[in-house]
Every structure is written in structure tokens, then in C-alpha cells.
Design a protein around this ligand. Structure first.
Ligand SMILES: [Ca+2]
Ligand SMILES: [Ca+2]
Length: 444
């Protein structure tokens, strides 16, 4: 038996609210809790799809046609802003060398004149729909939007705008998303794994490619590969709601895969997991290296509890670069005039390799469900790439059912009537976006 010390659970806060009680917990886990089997919809991509070199020792001279590997299909689409076509081509060439079948489209190839979101959206959706039909069921398709977005409603130039979306969360200021580019049937769940590489200059693009190549060509054995670093902010729903969340958190703790080690910090001075200065502990959590670094709590475009722009330069993740998930308001507001904190950490040479975060005000209920589904998909289902994981977490946000989901829905009716819950979750499909390359391998 292995013993894992689990401190703070990835759970349920949002903006204008929060408040997880810290929970110390020691759990026993069997050696065989890890689930290695991949779900049927997942297929091999990347290296595994590279054509095999046949030799006379491994293959007969002529094989029957039905056992030859299938013709490689387009599975990695890049839509590039015109002034970034050179680095976009370089990025696609690197992926092509890893076995992907890639195609790069300039914005001006897809739409002429000014880049109205509707025209570009329809063009990109058309490309995605055709590729999805061609690549076939069970084969992932990746869509990379290459270049930072202009301001939300600024459609000048040849930049790729974020698409306006609906957000009824209280105080929502104007939602914009990349999710719609990959959703060809309009149900909100994308058919392609979408990610944006939010660079503005060729120098930034070159730095990102170098970082990505480094991440994918190195793997240092160690506990960091099974570490999930979590830091949570405080807010305050009030005693009643906090107690409900605490109860649900106790139950949720038992469901986090025991194959991973959770380390964390909680910004509540009365908690045994409180550290002061809290900000130093958060930087330490980043820099220790981890598979995932997860924040749950309050957020704004430029900061969150425990991490502000002033500390960004202190982040130098050792051993491995984490995938970052910020379940908070606005931290992934990439269409804003100033770089969001998600973009700031992504731009660091030793910062997270990809970030999943919200462009606008998010809601505690939908965040709670999203956190639960994201960790379940990432740690239990273990897709090969971060883009597939977040795409499947979005599917699960809408469609997955289990007793814990029922419990969360029941508890949430205190704040969100049952008939509004699905609509709220639907809106969070758009709020949350992946910044980085969606084909980045998880390297568990
Ligand atoms: Ca869809
Ligand atoms: Ca931006």
C-alpha cells in the first residue's frame, strides 16, 4: 500500500464567493489504482502516427492492402495571422516532423477585407468540419489559432478575434471565446481541440517554439511528474454555503486519483495550510515542478490570490513545466488590451507550457463541476494531449453523470435553480479557453 498525503482539494470556488475549508486527509491507495487503459475515442497521434519504416525482417515484401497503415489525414490545422505566417509555418513544420498531418491557413486566405468575427468563424468552422469528417471518428483533430487576439471588439487588421459569447453570471462584462471556432454543430462542445498561441511578434513566437520543443524533448524522472500543485484563495459564501462546500469537498477528496500526489496551500490564515507570505508559497509551488498547477479562487485579468504581476518574474519551474488550470474569473482574458496573467505566465521561458482559464466572470457552481471533471479526465482517463483533455472535460461538463455530479447539482440548487444549471455550464464551455498548443503531450 502506498500512502498519499492529500491536503487541499481542487474544488469549488468562483468569483464573488469562495471559501473552501482546508482539509487534511491521509488516504491509502492500492498499487494498482492507476488506470492505464485509454477510452475508445482516443487514438494515437503524433509520434505514433509516423509511418513505420518497413524492413525485410519485420514485414513481408508485399502486404495485403487492408493491413497497410491508413493514409495520413489532416489532423492539425493552423490558422495564422498574416504577419505571423513565418513562425506559424515553422511551428507546423515541427509538428509535421512529429507525425502530424498539418495545414496552415492565413487569415487573408479565409476572409478578405476586415476580419469580421462571423466571416472568419464560418470559414474556420468550414475547414474544421471538413477535416473532422475526413479524419474520422476516434481520431483527434487539433485547431491552433496562431497569434494574440485583438481587443474583443476590435476587428481591424488581420488578427484572429475572439468570438463574442453569452455569459449571464452576475457582473459578467463581456464574454469572448475561441471555443466556437472548434464547435461546428453549435452545441458548445468543440469537435476539435482548440488552442491559441497568443504571441504578437516573431520574437515571441520563436521563444514559444523553443519552449515547446524543450518541453516535448525532455523528460526528467521524478515525483514532479505525478504532482498536482493546488493553491486556493479565500472569498466567503457565508457559513451555510461554506459548510456545504466543505462537506462536498470531503467526499470529492476520495475521488481524486490516488496515483497522484496533491500538494497545496490555502490563503486562509486560520488554515493549517496557510503560508505567509502566501505569495512566496505560491511561487514555490510553481517552481517545484508539477504535472498540473491549479488555482481555485478569485481572479482578475492581471492577478489572482497568491500571484500578481509583480511576482511573475520569480516563476522558474524546475524539473518540468506544468499545465496550469485557473478556475477563477478573468485570469485568461486574452482579448483584453493588456496581457492577462495566463498569457504572462505562458510567455515565461520556465512558466507553464499551457494554460486553461476564463475570459470573463465565472460562477462557483460551474467552476466546481469543471474542476471535478477536469481532474477526473486528466488523472483518470489520461488523454495523450492537453487539448484532448480539455475538449473531453468540456464534453463531460455537459454530459457526464455520476453520483458525485448529482450531489453537486443538488447542493448547488441553494444558489442555482436546477433549470438554470445546464445553461450556466453551457456558458462556461465558452468562458474557458486553452492558451498554448492543444497537441502538447501530457507526458504523465
Ligand atoms: Ca459541437
Ligand atoms: Ca492578449
Amino acid at each position: 500500500m502506498r500512502r498519499f498525503f492529500v491536503c487541499i482539494l481542487v474544488a469549488a470556488t468562483g468569483c464573488g464567493s469562495a471559501g473552501l475549508e482546508d482539509l487534511g486527509h491521509v488516504m491509502d491507495a492500492g498499487e494498482d489504482t492507476a488506470k492505464e487503459a485509454l477510452p475508445p475515442e482516443q487514438s494515437d497521434v503524433g509520434l505514433e502516427q509516423a509511418p513505420l519504416e518497413a524492413t525485410s525482417e519485420t514485414m513481408p515484401e508485399a502486404l495485403p492492402e487492408e493491413v497497410l497503415p491508413p493514409e495520413p489525414k489532416l489532423n492539425y490545422i493552423v490558422v495564422a495571422e498574416d504577419d505571423l505566417i513565418a513562425p506559424a509555418m515553422a511551428h507546423a513544420a515541427w509538428r509535421e516532423g512529429l507525425g502530424y498531418k498539418t495545414k496552415v491557413y492565413r487569415v487573408s486566405e479565409l476572409v478578405g477585407g476586415s476580419v469580421e468575427p462571423d466571416a472568419l468563424l464560418k470559414a474556420v468552422q468550414g475547414v474544421v468540419a471538413a477535416a473532422k469528417a475526413d479524419v474520422g471518428e476516434g481520431h483527434p483533430l487539433f485547431l491552433v489559432l496562431y497569434g494574440d487576439a485583438p481587443g474583443t471588439f476590435d476587428h481591424s487588421g488581420k488578427r484572429i478575434p475572439a468570438i463574442p459569447c453569452i455569459n449571464e453570471t452576475m457582473a459578467g462584462a463581456g464574454c469572448a471565446t475561441d471555443n466556437t471556432y472548434g464547435d461546428v454543430d453549435g452545441d458548445g462542445v468543440p469537435e476539435a481541440a482548440v488552442g491559441r498561441i497568443p504571441v504578437f511578434t516573431e520574437a515571441q513566437a520563436a521563444a514559444f517554439l523553443e519552449k515547446a520543443k524543450g518541453f516535448e524533448s525532455q523528460y526528467e524522472n521524478g515525483l514532479w511528474n505525478r504532482r498536482v500543485a493546488v493553491y486556493t484563495g479565500v472569498g466567503g459564501f457565508g457559513a451555510e454555503i461554506d459548510a456545504l462546500i466543505e462537506g462536498i469537498t470531503m467526499d470529492a477528496l476520495k475521488r481524486v486519483s490516488h496515483a497522484f500526489d496533491i500538494v497545496g496551500a490555502y490563503a486562509n490564515p486560520s488554515s493549517p495550510y496557510y503560508y505567509t507570505p502566501f505569495e512566496e508559497k505560491v511561487v514555490e509551488l510553481f517552481n517545484g515542478g508539477s504535472l498540473l498547477t491549479v488555482y481555485v479562487g478569485h481572479g482578475s485579468s492581471g492577478s489572482m490570490q497568491g500571484l500578481t504581476g509583480d511576482q511573475i518574474d520569480q516563476i522558474k519551474c524546475e524539473h518540468r513545466l506544468p499545465f496550469a488550470l485557473f478556475f477563477a474569473c478573468l485570469t485568461g482574458n486574452y482579448p483584453a488590451d493588456e496581457p492577462s496573467i495566463a498569457e504572462q505566465v505562458l510567455a515565461l521561458p520556465r512558466g507553464p507550457i499551457a494554460v486553461f482559464a476564463s475570459t470573463d466572470i465565472s460562477h462557483p457552481y460551474a467552476n466546481a463541476v469543471f474542476v471535478y471533471e477536469a481532474q477526473r479526465v486528466l488523472l483518470d482517463e489520461r488523454p495523450k494531449t492537453f487539448g484532448e483533455a480539455m475538449m473531453r472535460a468540456k464534453w463531460a461538463l455537459m454530459h457526464h453523470e455520476d453520483d458525485f455530479r448529482q450531489l453537486m447539482d443538488t447542493v448547488a440548487t441553494v444558489q442555482v435553480p436546477a433549470d438554470q444549471q445546464e445553461r450556466l455550464r453551457r456558458q462556461h464551455l465558452d468562458l474557458y479557453n486553452l492558451l498554448g498548443d492543444p497537441a502538447t503531450p501530457m507526458h504523465y
